[in-house]
Design a protein around this ligand. Sequence first.
Ligand code: PMP
Length: 418
Amino acid sequence: MSSEITRIHTGAPENLQERFAHRAQFMQPSEIRALFAVASRPEIVSLAGGMPNLTALPMDMMQNVVSELIKTNGMEALQYGSGQGHPKLREQICDVMELEGIKAHPEDIIVTTGSQQALDLISRIFIDPGDVVLVEAPSYVGALGTFHQYEASVVHVELDDNGLIPDRLREAIAQTRLSGRKIKFLYLIPNYQNPTGVLLSAERRSEILEICREERIFVVEDNPYGLLGFDKPSPNAMRAEDSENVIYLGSFSKTICPGFRVGWALVPQSLKEKLVIASESSQLCPSNFAQLAISSYLADQPWRDQISSFCKLYKVRRDAMLTAMDKYFPKEATWTKPEGGFYVWATLPAEIDAKALMPKAIVAKVAYVPGTAFYADGFGSWSMRLSYCYPTPERITEGIKSLGGVIQKEMDRRSIGN
Ligand code: PMP
Protein backbone atom coordinates (compact mmCIF):
# COMPACT_ATOMS: atom_id res chain seq x y z
CA MET A 1 0.00 0.00 0.00
CA SER A 2 1.28 3.46 -0.83
CA SER A 3 2.36 5.49 2.19
CA GLU A 4 1.08 8.64 0.45
CA ILE A 5 -2.53 9.50 0.96
CA THR A 6 -4.15 11.00 -2.08
CA ARG A 7 -6.77 13.63 -1.44
CA ILE A 8 -9.44 13.63 -4.12
CA HIS A 9 -10.48 17.14 -5.13
CA THR A 10 -13.81 17.39 -6.84
CA GLY A 11 -13.61 21.05 -7.78
CA ALA A 12 -12.55 24.43 -6.45
CA PRO A 13 -12.20 24.56 -2.66
CA GLU A 14 -15.51 25.67 -1.23
CA ASN A 15 -15.79 28.66 1.06
CA LEU A 16 -17.61 27.12 3.99
CA GLN A 17 -18.21 30.34 5.89
CA GLU A 18 -21.85 30.58 4.94
CA ARG A 19 -22.47 26.96 5.85
CA PHE A 20 -20.91 27.27 9.30
CA ALA A 21 -22.96 28.11 12.37
CA HIS A 22 -22.79 31.74 13.49
CA ARG A 23 -20.59 30.79 16.46
CA ALA A 24 -17.89 29.29 14.23
CA GLN A 25 -16.71 32.76 13.28
CA PHE A 26 -15.54 33.19 16.88
CA MET A 27 -13.32 30.12 16.65
CA GLN A 28 -9.94 31.60 15.84
CA PRO A 29 -6.48 30.08 16.32
CA SER A 30 -4.63 31.54 19.30
CA GLU A 31 -1.55 33.66 18.69
CA ILE A 32 0.42 31.08 20.65
CA ARG A 33 -0.57 28.22 18.36
CA ALA A 34 0.51 30.19 15.32
CA LEU A 35 3.87 30.77 17.01
CA PHE A 36 4.55 27.18 17.93
CA ALA A 37 5.57 26.02 14.47
CA VAL A 38 8.42 28.56 14.46
CA ALA A 39 9.27 28.37 18.14
CA SER A 40 9.64 24.60 18.11
CA ARG A 41 12.48 24.63 15.59
CA PRO A 42 15.48 23.17 17.46
CA GLU A 43 17.79 26.13 16.82
CA ILE A 44 15.32 28.54 18.46
CA VAL A 45 15.36 29.08 22.23
CA SER A 46 11.66 29.00 22.91
CA LEU A 47 10.56 31.17 25.80
CA ALA A 48 7.10 31.02 24.22
CA GLY A 49 5.40 27.79 25.29
CA GLY A 50 4.14 26.95 28.76
CA MET A 51 4.88 23.24 28.56
CA PRO A 52 5.56 21.53 31.89
CA ASN A 53 9.10 20.17 32.10
CA LEU A 54 8.73 16.43 32.34
CA THR A 55 12.46 15.73 32.66
CA ALA A 56 11.85 15.68 36.44
CA LEU A 57 9.18 12.97 36.15
CA PRO A 58 10.63 9.43 36.42
CA MET A 59 9.33 7.66 33.33
CA ASP A 60 10.00 4.12 34.62
CA MET A 61 7.78 4.88 37.59
CA MET A 62 5.01 6.16 35.29
CA GLN A 63 5.40 3.07 33.13
CA ASN A 64 4.89 0.87 36.20
CA VAL A 65 1.81 2.83 37.24
CA VAL A 66 0.22 2.38 33.83
CA SER A 67 1.14 -1.26 33.30
CA GLU A 68 0.05 -2.23 36.84
CA LEU A 69 -3.23 -0.47 36.22
CA ILE A 70 -3.94 -2.49 33.09
CA LYS A 71 -2.78 -5.70 34.74
CA THR A 72 -4.80 -5.35 37.91
CA ASN A 73 -7.78 -3.23 36.89
CA GLY A 74 -7.86 -3.16 33.09
CA MET A 75 -11.54 -4.04 32.82
CA GLU A 76 -12.51 -0.92 34.71
CA ALA A 77 -9.77 1.35 33.35
CA LEU A 78 -10.73 0.65 29.74
CA GLN A 79 -14.47 0.88 30.32
CA TYR A 80 -16.83 3.92 30.31
CA GLY A 81 -17.14 5.55 33.71
CA SER A 82 -19.16 8.07 35.68
CA GLY A 83 -20.00 11.40 34.02
CA GLN A 84 -19.02 13.21 37.19
CA GLY A 85 -15.69 11.43 37.45
CA HIS A 86 -14.35 8.42 39.33
CA PRO A 87 -15.41 8.47 43.01
CA LYS A 88 -12.00 7.37 44.30
CA LEU A 89 -10.16 10.06 42.36
CA ARG A 90 -12.65 12.67 43.58
CA GLU A 91 -11.79 11.71 47.16
CA GLN A 92 -8.08 11.98 46.44
CA ILE A 93 -8.59 15.37 44.81
CA CYS A 94 -10.04 16.54 48.14
CA ASP A 95 -6.73 15.55 49.81
CA VAL A 96 -4.75 17.49 47.20
CA MET A 97 -6.89 20.59 47.70
CA GLU A 98 -6.43 20.40 51.47
CA LEU A 99 -2.86 21.55 50.87
CA GLU A 100 -4.35 24.93 49.96
CA GLY A 101 -6.79 25.07 52.85
CA ILE A 102 -9.83 23.74 50.99
CA LYS A 103 -12.27 21.46 52.81
CA ALA A 104 -14.40 19.92 50.11
CA HIS A 105 -16.79 17.03 49.66
CA PRO A 106 -16.08 14.62 46.75
CA GLU A 107 -19.74 15.02 45.70
CA ASP A 108 -19.05 18.65 44.72
CA ILE A 109 -16.22 17.76 42.33
CA ILE A 110 -16.61 17.20 38.61
CA VAL A 111 -13.59 15.66 36.90
CA THR A 112 -12.87 17.23 33.51
CA THR A 113 -10.53 16.68 30.60
CA GLY A 114 -8.00 19.23 31.81
CA SER A 115 -9.15 22.43 33.46
CA GLN A 116 -9.48 23.82 29.94
CA GLN A 117 -12.61 21.74 29.51
CA ALA A 118 -13.98 23.05 32.79
CA LEU A 119 -13.55 26.57 31.40
CA ASP A 120 -15.52 25.58 28.34
CA LEU A 121 -18.34 23.97 30.35
CA ILE A 122 -18.64 26.92 32.71
CA SER A 123 -18.73 29.30 29.76
CA ARG A 124 -21.41 27.20 28.12
CA ILE A 125 -23.55 27.31 31.23
CA PHE A 126 -23.18 31.01 31.98
CA ILE A 127 -22.46 33.06 28.90
CA ASP A 128 -25.03 34.45 26.50
CA PRO A 129 -23.70 36.60 23.65
CA GLY A 130 -22.79 40.05 24.97
CA ASP A 131 -22.56 39.03 28.64
CA VAL A 132 -19.57 40.40 30.48
CA VAL A 133 -16.77 38.31 31.94
CA LEU A 134 -14.31 40.20 34.11
CA VAL A 135 -10.69 39.05 33.81
CA GLU A 136 -7.27 40.25 34.92
CA ALA A 137 -5.31 42.49 32.56
CA PRO A 138 -3.57 40.53 31.06
CA SER A 139 -5.16 37.07 31.32
CA TYR A 140 -4.70 33.45 30.20
CA VAL A 141 -4.97 33.20 26.42
CA GLY A 142 -6.82 29.86 26.50
CA ALA A 143 -9.54 31.28 28.73
CA LEU A 144 -9.90 34.37 26.54
CA GLY A 145 -10.32 32.14 23.49
CA THR A 146 -13.08 30.18 25.20
CA PHE A 147 -14.93 33.28 26.41
CA HIS A 148 -14.66 34.70 22.90
CA GLN A 149 -16.21 31.59 21.36
CA TYR A 150 -19.22 32.00 23.60
CA GLU A 151 -19.38 35.64 22.45
CA ALA A 152 -18.67 37.12 25.86
CA SER A 153 -17.66 40.71 26.17
CA VAL A 154 -14.38 40.54 28.09
CA VAL A 155 -13.60 43.42 30.47
CA HIS A 156 -10.03 43.57 31.75
CA VAL A 157 -9.27 44.70 35.29
CA GLU A 158 -5.82 46.03 36.11
CA LEU A 159 -3.39 44.04 38.24
CA ASP A 160 -0.08 44.96 39.85
CA ASP A 161 2.66 43.03 41.64
CA ASN A 162 0.14 41.92 44.28
CA GLY A 163 -2.43 40.73 41.76
CA LEU A 164 -5.83 42.08 40.78
CA ILE A 165 -6.50 45.54 42.26
CA PRO A 166 -9.76 45.54 44.28
CA ASP A 167 -10.53 49.24 43.61
CA ARG A 168 -10.18 48.71 39.88
CA LEU A 169 -12.57 45.77 40.21
CA ARG A 170 -15.15 47.98 41.93
CA GLU A 171 -14.81 50.54 39.13
CA ALA A 172 -15.13 47.93 36.40
CA ILE A 173 -18.27 46.51 38.00
CA ALA A 174 -19.84 49.95 38.39
CA GLN A 175 -19.05 50.97 34.80
CA THR A 176 -20.32 47.70 33.35
CA ARG A 177 -23.54 47.92 35.33
CA LEU A 178 -24.03 51.52 34.16
CA SER A 179 -23.83 50.31 30.56
CA GLY A 180 -26.66 47.88 31.33
CA ARG A 181 -24.73 44.71 30.62
CA LYS A 182 -24.83 41.56 32.75
CA ILE A 183 -21.67 40.42 34.53
CA LYS A 184 -21.54 36.63 34.64
CA PHE A 185 -18.34 35.99 36.57
CA LEU A 186 -14.88 37.17 37.50
CA TYR A 187 -12.20 34.85 36.13
CA LEU A 188 -8.82 35.04 37.84
CA ILE A 189 -5.63 33.07 38.43
CA PRO A 190 -4.51 33.99 41.95
CA ASN A 191 -1.29 31.95 42.01
CA TYR A 192 1.70 32.72 39.77
CA GLN A 193 -0.65 34.03 37.19
CA ASN A 194 -0.46 33.16 33.52
CA PRO A 195 0.95 35.30 31.88
CA THR A 196 2.47 37.61 34.55
CA GLY A 197 3.65 35.22 37.27
CA VAL A 198 2.20 37.47 40.02
CA LEU A 199 0.70 36.19 43.24
CA LEU A 200 -2.55 37.66 44.57
CA SER A 201 -1.98 38.75 48.18
CA ALA A 202 -4.00 37.13 50.98
CA GLU A 203 -5.62 40.47 51.93
CA ARG A 204 -6.76 41.11 48.39
CA ARG A 205 -8.19 37.61 48.13
CA SER A 206 -10.56 38.36 50.99
CA GLU A 207 -11.43 41.80 49.68
CA ILE A 208 -12.18 40.52 46.17
CA LEU A 209 -14.34 37.74 47.59
CA GLU A 210 -16.30 40.26 49.60
CA ILE A 211 -16.84 42.53 46.61
CA CYS A 212 -18.04 39.65 44.46
CA ARG A 213 -20.35 38.30 47.17
CA GLU A 214 -21.92 41.72 47.64
CA GLU A 215 -22.31 42.22 43.91
CA ARG A 216 -23.58 38.65 43.35
CA ILE A 217 -20.82 37.83 40.88
CA PHE A 218 -19.37 34.31 40.83
CA VAL A 219 -15.59 34.01 41.14
CA VAL A 220 -13.91 31.45 38.86
CA GLU A 221 -10.62 30.67 40.58
CA ASP A 222 -8.30 28.95 38.10
CA ASN A 223 -5.45 27.38 40.01
CA PRO A 224 -3.13 25.13 38.01
CA TYR A 225 0.07 26.58 39.52
CA GLY A 226 -0.89 26.92 43.22
CA LEU A 227 1.40 24.14 44.47
CA LEU A 228 4.38 25.43 42.50
CA GLY A 229 5.54 28.07 44.99
CA PHE A 230 9.36 28.08 45.15
CA ASP A 231 10.19 29.24 48.66
CA LYS A 232 6.94 29.21 50.56
CA PRO A 233 3.43 27.89 50.01
CA SER A 234 0.95 30.18 48.30
CA PRO A 235 -1.79 31.73 50.46
CA ASN A 236 -4.92 29.65 50.98
CA ALA A 237 -7.12 29.25 47.92
CA MET A 238 -10.02 31.68 47.63
CA ARG A 239 -12.35 28.68 47.67
CA ALA A 240 -11.10 27.91 51.19
CA GLU A 241 -12.78 31.11 52.36
CA ASP A 242 -15.96 30.96 50.32
CA SER A 243 -17.65 27.73 49.25
CA GLU A 244 -20.84 29.38 47.99
CA ASN A 245 -19.56 31.88 45.50
CA VAL A 246 -16.32 30.40 44.15
CA ILE A 247 -16.01 27.95 41.29
CA TYR A 248 -12.58 26.43 41.74
CA LEU A 249 -10.65 24.86 38.85
CA GLY A 250 -7.78 22.47 39.47
CA SER A 251 -5.50 20.45 37.24
CA PHE A 252 -2.86 17.73 37.43
CA SER A 253 -1.19 19.09 34.29
CA LYS A 254 1.53 20.97 36.17
CA THR A 255 1.85 18.87 39.31
CA ILE A 256 1.99 15.49 37.54
CA CYS A 257 1.80 15.77 33.76
CA PRO A 258 -0.60 17.16 31.15
CA GLY A 259 -0.72 14.01 29.01
CA PHE A 260 -3.47 12.36 31.03
CA ARG A 261 -5.61 15.48 30.62
CA VAL A 262 -7.13 15.29 34.10
CA GLY A 263 -8.48 18.42 35.75
CA TRP A 264 -11.50 19.22 37.88
CA ALA A 265 -14.03 21.78 38.96
CA LEU A 266 -15.13 22.15 42.57
CA VAL A 267 -18.43 23.96 42.45
CA PRO A 268 -21.11 25.31 44.78
CA GLN A 269 -23.77 22.61 45.20
CA SER A 270 -26.32 24.59 43.21
CA LEU A 271 -24.17 24.34 40.06
CA LYS A 272 -23.16 20.71 40.14
CA GLU A 273 -26.06 19.19 38.25
CA LYS A 274 -25.75 21.61 35.31
CA LEU A 275 -22.03 21.03 35.05
CA VAL A 276 -22.40 17.24 35.04
CA ILE A 277 -25.03 17.44 32.29
CA ALA A 278 -22.85 19.80 30.25
CA SER A 279 -19.88 17.46 30.67
CA GLU A 280 -21.90 14.38 29.71
CA SER A 281 -23.09 16.01 26.52
CA SER A 282 -19.53 17.00 25.69
CA GLN A 283 -17.74 13.72 26.46
CA LEU A 284 -20.09 11.19 28.16
CA CYS A 285 -17.47 10.74 30.84
CA PRO A 286 -13.85 11.70 31.42
CA SER A 287 -11.36 8.94 30.56
CA ASN A 288 -11.44 6.19 33.18
CA PHE A 289 -7.97 5.13 32.13
CA ALA A 290 -6.47 8.56 32.73
CA GLN A 291 -8.32 9.06 36.01
CA LEU A 292 -7.31 5.67 37.39
CA ALA A 293 -3.70 6.20 36.33
CA ILE A 294 -3.67 9.48 38.27
CA SER A 295 -5.48 7.79 41.14
CA SER A 296 -2.91 4.96 41.38
CA TYR A 297 -0.10 7.47 41.15
CA LEU A 298 -1.55 9.50 44.02
CA ALA A 299 -2.17 6.37 46.10
CA ASP A 300 1.20 4.66 45.63
CA GLN A 301 3.81 7.25 44.70
CA PRO A 302 5.45 10.07 46.68
CA TRP A 303 3.53 12.81 44.83
CA ARG A 304 4.34 15.56 47.31
CA ASP A 305 8.07 14.90 46.82
CA GLN A 306 7.53 14.92 43.08
CA ILE A 307 5.96 18.39 43.31
CA SER A 308 9.01 19.53 45.32
CA SER A 309 11.26 18.19 42.54
CA PHE A 310 9.29 20.18 39.97
CA CYS A 311 9.55 23.30 42.14
CA LYS A 312 13.34 22.93 42.40
CA LEU A 313 13.65 22.51 38.65
CA TYR A 314 11.52 25.58 37.90
CA LYS A 315 13.22 27.69 40.54
CA VAL A 316 16.64 27.13 38.97
CA ARG A 317 15.19 28.19 35.63
CA ARG A 318 13.43 31.23 37.10
CA ASP A 319 16.74 32.29 38.66
CA ALA A 320 18.57 31.82 35.36
CA MET A 321 16.02 33.99 33.59
CA LEU A 322 15.97 36.81 36.15
CA THR A 323 19.77 36.87 36.42
CA ALA A 324 20.11 37.02 32.64
CA MET A 325 17.46 39.75 32.37
CA ASP A 326 19.31 41.87 34.94
CA LYS A 327 22.45 41.46 32.88
CA TYR A 328 21.19 41.68 29.30
CA PHE A 329 17.89 43.58 29.19
CA PRO A 330 17.93 47.35 28.68
CA LYS A 331 17.42 49.27 31.92
CA GLU A 332 14.30 50.93 30.49
CA ALA A 333 12.46 47.60 30.51
CA THR A 334 10.67 46.28 33.61
CA TRP A 335 9.56 42.78 34.52
CA THR A 336 7.83 40.73 37.19
CA LYS A 337 9.70 38.58 39.72
CA PRO A 338 7.62 35.42 40.07
CA GLU A 339 7.78 33.40 43.28
CA GLY A 340 6.44 30.29 41.56
CA GLY A 341 4.95 28.97 38.35
CA PHE A 342 6.28 29.32 34.82
CA TYR A 343 6.24 32.94 33.64
CA VAL A 344 7.89 36.35 33.66
CA TRP A 345 6.04 39.31 32.14
CA ALA A 346 8.30 41.96 30.64
CA THR A 347 7.26 45.47 29.71
CA LEU A 348 9.35 47.32 27.13
CA PRO A 349 9.55 51.06 26.56
CA ALA A 350 6.19 52.08 25.11
CA GLU A 351 7.34 52.71 21.58
CA ILE A 352 8.53 49.13 21.06
CA ASP A 353 5.91 46.79 19.65
CA ALA A 354 6.72 43.27 20.85
CA LYS A 355 4.75 41.66 18.05
CA ALA A 356 6.52 43.63 15.34
CA LEU A 357 9.82 42.71 16.99
CA MET A 358 9.14 38.98 16.76
CA PRO A 359 10.67 38.37 13.28
CA LYS A 360 13.91 40.00 14.46
CA ALA A 361 13.89 37.84 17.59
CA ILE A 362 13.41 34.73 15.47
CA VAL A 363 16.42 35.70 13.35
CA ALA A 364 18.33 36.01 16.65
CA LYS A 365 17.04 32.49 17.50
CA VAL A 366 14.73 33.30 20.39
CA ALA A 367 10.93 33.24 20.68
CA TYR A 368 8.43 34.65 23.19
CA VAL A 369 4.71 35.42 23.18
CA PRO A 370 3.80 39.05 22.42
CA GLY A 371 1.63 40.67 25.09
CA THR A 372 -1.36 41.29 22.82
CA ALA A 373 -2.20 37.55 22.97
CA PHE A 374 -3.27 38.04 26.58
CA TYR A 375 -5.71 40.87 26.01
CA ALA A 376 -9.12 40.71 24.36
CA ASP A 377 -8.89 44.34 23.29
CA GLY A 378 -5.61 44.66 21.39
CA PHE A 379 -3.80 46.13 24.39
CA GLY A 380 -0.37 44.94 25.57
CA SER A 381 1.68 45.54 22.45
CA TRP A 382 4.77 46.62 24.36
CA SER A 383 4.76 43.58 26.64
CA MET A 384 5.84 39.97 26.30
CA ARG A 385 5.46 36.70 28.18
CA LEU A 386 8.69 34.84 28.79
CA SER A 387 8.39 31.22 29.97
CA TYR A 388 11.29 29.68 31.84
CA CYS A 389 9.68 26.29 32.42
CA TYR A 390 11.07 24.30 29.55
CA PRO A 391 14.58 25.16 28.26
CA THR A 392 17.73 24.38 30.26
CA PRO A 393 19.14 27.25 32.37
CA GLU A 394 22.00 27.61 29.85
CA ARG A 395 19.57 27.94 26.95
CA ILE A 396 17.48 30.43 28.92
CA THR A 397 20.57 32.58 29.48
CA GLU A 398 21.47 32.34 25.81
CA GLY A 399 17.90 33.23 24.75
CA ILE A 400 17.63 36.21 27.09
CA LYS A 401 21.02 37.48 25.95
CA SER A 402 19.89 37.37 22.31
CA LEU A 403 16.54 38.94 23.13
CA GLY A 404 18.12 41.72 25.20
CA GLY A 405 20.34 42.47 22.21
CA VAL A 406 17.37 42.60 19.81
CA ILE A 407 15.46 44.99 22.10
CA GLN A 408 18.51 47.20 22.65
CA LYS A 409 19.15 47.39 18.89
CA GLU A 410 15.54 48.39 18.30
CA MET A 411 15.81 51.12 20.93
CA ASP A 412 19.05 52.39 19.38
CA ARG A 413 17.49 52.37 15.91
CA ARG A 414 14.56 54.42 17.19
CA SER A 415 16.67 56.96 19.04
CA ILE A 416 18.77 57.50 15.89
CA GLY A 417 15.54 57.84 13.86
CA ASN A 418 14.22 60.56 16.21
N1 PMP B 1 -5.58 27.65 33.13
C1 PMP B 1 -4.38 28.19 33.06
C2 PMP B 1 -4.11 29.47 33.77
C3 PMP B 1 -3.36 27.57 32.32
O1 PMP B 1 -2.16 28.14 32.26
C4 PMP B 1 -3.65 26.36 31.65
C5 PMP B 1 -2.64 25.64 30.79
N2 PMP B 1 -1.52 26.29 30.43
C6 PMP B 1 -4.93 25.83 31.77
C7 PMP B 1 -5.87 26.49 32.53
C8 PMP B 1 -5.33 24.54 31.11
O2 PMP B 1 -4.68 23.47 31.69
P1 PMP B 1 -5.13 21.96 31.52
O3 PMP B 1 -6.29 21.92 30.57
O4 PMP B 1 -3.95 21.25 31.01
O5 PMP B 1 -5.54 21.52 32.89
